[in-house]
Design a protein around this ligand. Structure first.
Ligand code: ZN
Length: 334
């Protein structure tokens, strides 16, 4: 181990000691649900989930246990009860270069049913901070927060929520000239500030055995649509089976590239570092009849309109990402 690596390792140890201090400290205290447990929220939840269980309707209705967290949510305006400890812990992690965050999992425990009229109160505690871990996403620390939810003062359930605060591996890797192929990028051997100056790259597509053929097509500048081997129905995005007849047999047809904007949204918020809002995200209806989400290019975001004719092209985003996008066929008149 080099002297530098030894120092970095000692720094990491020191940080972990400082992070551990936050275990057991309050993340939120004396929170109060914004609404009493109520029938309309229960009904909306059940409709959204497609849950028709009779226990959640009628005069003796209880709330679905999985709604536990819903009663504690602060909505857009938030709660004002978050403790300083939570912010301090995150600031400590941010300062050490672990600036990204991803929710990894949650666990709930149900101790008694919640009924309309119950008043919800809650407290949250920082339950644990893990040693430094390297994951496929990057290197960082897992932080587990436990919320105790009470109904009319009686403990009704707990909600554990785990996040990873990390330095992204991909962003970091670009700052290293030729990292050895068999080592993980290590956040502790280079200052994260170097990584932070680079504009993050666009998210990578998740390629798996169900959609690999699509991305193989993109690499050859072909937009491939799946066609059911039994009933001939075209489908997009790629799926292992036919939504019409259930058959797992399929082949592909290549899209001709003509389409129209079926619908679109303009993204203003939330900002993602790899994108420059505002930008339009289009739902493109291909001439073959299937629809796909993509970018509309060659026209300002505020000139995209429903029905606009577009044509497929392939856009190189960076050295190892190429995406199918759609160019407006209308002259941009400003
Ligand atoms: Zn079919």
């Amino acid at each position: 181990m080099s002297a530098d690596a030894g120092e970095a390792s000692a720094d990491a140890e020191d940080l972990y000691v400082r992070l551990k201090v936050y275990e057991g400290r309050a993340a939120a205290t004396s929170g109060v649900g914004k609404d009493l447990v109520n029938e309309p929220m229960i009904r909306h939840w059940c409709e959204a989930m497609g849950d028709t269980n009779a226990a959640y309707a009628g005069p003796d209705a209880i709330a679905p246990p999985t709604m536990l967290q819903a009663w504690t949510m602060g909505g857009l305006s938030g709660h004002s009860d978050r403790s300083g400890a939570h912010d301090e812990l995150f600031a400590l992690l941010d300062g050490a270069g672990y600036t990204s965050v991803v929710a990894t999992d949650c666990e709930q425990e149900y101790l008694r049913p919640l009924r309309p009229g119950n008043r919800i109160t809650f407290d949250a505690v920082i339950e644990s901070v893990s040693p430094r871990k390297t994951t496929r996403l990057g290197t960082g620390h897992f932080v587990t927060t436990r919320m105790d939810v009470r109904a009319d003062g009686e403990l009704a359930g707990t909600h554990r929520f785990r996040i990873l605060k990390y330095t992204p591996a991909a962003t970091y890797a670009r700052t290293v000239a030729h990292p050895p192929a068999d080592t993980h990028p290590r956040a502790d051997t280079h200052p994260p500030a170097v990584a932070a100056k680079q504009k993050p790259r666009r998210p990578r597509p998740v390629i798996n055995r169900d959609n690999a053929g699509f991305w193989d097509g993109v690499a050859r500048h072909q937009l491939l649509i799946q066609r059911c081997g039994a009933c001939g129905t075209l489908r997009f995005p790629w799926l292992p089976g036919c939504g019409g007849c259930g058959s797992a047999e399929w082949d592909t047809v290549e899209a001709g590239g003509e389409g129209t904007v079926h619908s679109y949204v303009v993204m203003h918020h939330p900002p993602f570092p790899a994108f420059d809002p505002p930008y339009a995200v289009g739902l493109i209806e291909l001439a073959e009849g299937v629809r796909m989400v993509s970018n509309v290019v060659g026209v300002p975001y505020d000139k995209v309109r429903i029905g606009m004719p577009v044509r497929l092209e392939f856009q190189r985003v960076d050295e190892d990402l190429e995406l199918p996008v759609f160019r407006s066929l209308e002259e941009s008149t400003g």
